[in-house]
Design a protein around this ligand. Structure first.
Ligand code: PLP
Length: 453
């Protein structure tokens, strides 16, 4: 696979002075410096916004995607069983990540669901998972009628606190599902040091972490399997789609069988795969794979732009009291930056509530979002555990103690404090990053007025 993109095709670009990177759109006007007058007044209170340029449009595509899709339509081969694109994408993604096997699926959720099935997770088991994540990490566990056991979050990195995994293991624990949230690597050294001696499978949720690395090796290649999402917001996108990486042939066979109605990975016709207990249809289509092959040609270049902008933003934001960018563990040699995450400490902003802070930022032309909530306390979980099947599958004592076992005080606090910029913001220019810092400084300066309303 040609992982490096053809620069002329991609760029049509301008080099941004000082940033040392090339960007696929014109250089914007210089940022306004905060001073006095209308430009200084918060936009939410009627002042002039720091930024007026719309956020970067996403997805980015051109005739490559259009031609690829048209070719599939015209071929009449729309299914992985008779077209070449899914297999081509699997080979290309395996090469890009250094994985031995890659299996494409129809979503990241089905990649997780399939992986858990392949390593043997079933009804009545416990799976250790991060509470600071998208709901799908937990849904994949619940779909197997297993019990999610949450381990608290490390507030410095916003990742699962791997030092707390060991204490959460019981004789029902069947797998560990760490999440590389935002594309920031979870602490794989500590996770694997706990899992390996106990032969506990590790399913990496790398749904937000395309081409991120731990000790120079891609995320998703360290655990028993690594799962990716190609849903529309992701750094690699085909609307909806997913993939599983593994270096273990047995898991590759089991994943294939589960995702394709118990059929064997090689040959087999109408046969069922040896060892396969159950399966479904979680296959990727030829359309998804054709789009992904085109999108993949842009990924590495976009990664570099995000990395440079994130480094710049990190430097700028660290000088603003009360804005605390998430750290990357020392073993994280490449952050995939699906998000740029930070904690907002309102005590440094005249106690301005986070909601109002985000509104003020939006008014300045800067899109930021509140992070995830207290997933370990979500109402749907309480309902699941109170339902007939969980009541039958788990001892009353296990269910009664579950709430206490899954308390996550650091995550509770984070759910109030966290915020993030998305990956499309990181595809901006260096001037865009400076404007973000300008907007934050302006809000801080006027935080008391904004708090008053
Ligand atoms: C951390 C995480 N896990 C799992 C998923 C599920 O992926 P999908 O939406 O492709 O099913 C997502 C997608 O948003 C995610 O962010």
């Amino acid at each position: 696979m040609n992982q490096r993109i053809n620069r002329r095709q991609f760029l049509g670009a301008t080099a941004v002075a000082g940033a040392g990177i090339s960007l696929p759109w014109p250089v914007p006007a210089q940022p306004q410096k905060t001073g006095t007058g209308a430009a200084d007044k918060p936009a939410l209170l009627g002042g002039k916004p720091v930024r007026t340029r719309p956020p970067r449009a996403w997805p980015i595509f051109d005739e490559r995607e259009e031609q690829a899709l048209q070719a599939v339509v015209r071929s009449g081969k729309w299914f992985r069983g008779n077209g070449p694109h899914v297999a081509r994408f699997e080979a290309a993604y395996a090469e890009a990540t250094g994985a031995r096997y890659c299996l494409a699926t129809n979503s990241g959720t089905s990649a997780l669901f399939t992986s858990l099935a392949a390593v043997g997770v079933a009804a009545g088991d416990e799976v250790i998972v991060a509470p600071y994540t998208f709901i799908a990490s937990v849904n994949a566990i619940l779909l197997h009628h297993a019990l999610p056991i949450f381990v608290d979050t490390d507030p410095e990195t916003l990742q699962l606190d791997a030092r707390k995994i060991e204490a959460a293991i019981t004789d029902r624990t069947t797998a560990i599902l760490p999440v590389h949230l935002g594309g920031y690597p979870a602490d794989l050294d500590t996770i694997l040091a706990v899992a390996k001696p106990r032969r506990l499978p590790v399913i990496e949720d790398a749904c937000q972490a395309h081409l991120g690395q731990w000790r120079q090796r891609c995320l998703g290649t360290w655990g028993d399997t690594g799962c990716f999402s190609f849903q529309a917001s992701k750094n690699l996108n085909c609307g909806d789609g997913g993939a599983i990486l593994t270096s273990n042939e047995e898991w590759a066979d089991q994943c294939y069988a589960f995702h394709n109605q118990c059929r064997p990975r090689r040959g087999g016709g109408g046969e069922t795969a040896p060892g396969s207990l159950r399966g479904g249809n979680f296959r990727m289509t030829e359309f998804q794979a054709a789009i992904l092959l085109a999108q993949l040609t842009r990924l590495e270049e976009q990664m570099r732009i995000r990395e440079q902008n994130a480094a710049c933003l990190d430097r700028l934001l660290r000088d603003i009291p009360g804005i605390v960018p998430a750290k990357t563990y020392a073993g994280g040699t490449r952050n995939a930056y699906h998000l740029f995450m930070f904690r907002y400490q309102r005590e440094h902003f005249a106690n301005l509530p986070r909601k109002r802070f985000l509104e003020a930022l939006k008014a300045e032309g800067v899109e930021a979002r509140a992070g995830y909530g207290r997933l370990n306390r979500a109402a749907f979980l309480q309902r699941a555990l109170a339902s007939r099947s969980w009541q039958r599958l788990f001892p009353a004592d296990t269910l009664a103690k579950w709430a206490e076992r899954t308390e996550c005080p650091a995550n509770d606090r984070l759910a109030e404090e966290a915020a993030w910029f998305t990956q499309t913001t990181l595809l901006g220019t260096r001037a865009d990053m400076e404007q973000i810092a300008d907007a934050l400084r302006k809000i801080q300066k006027h935080a008391a007025e904004l708090a008053r309303g």
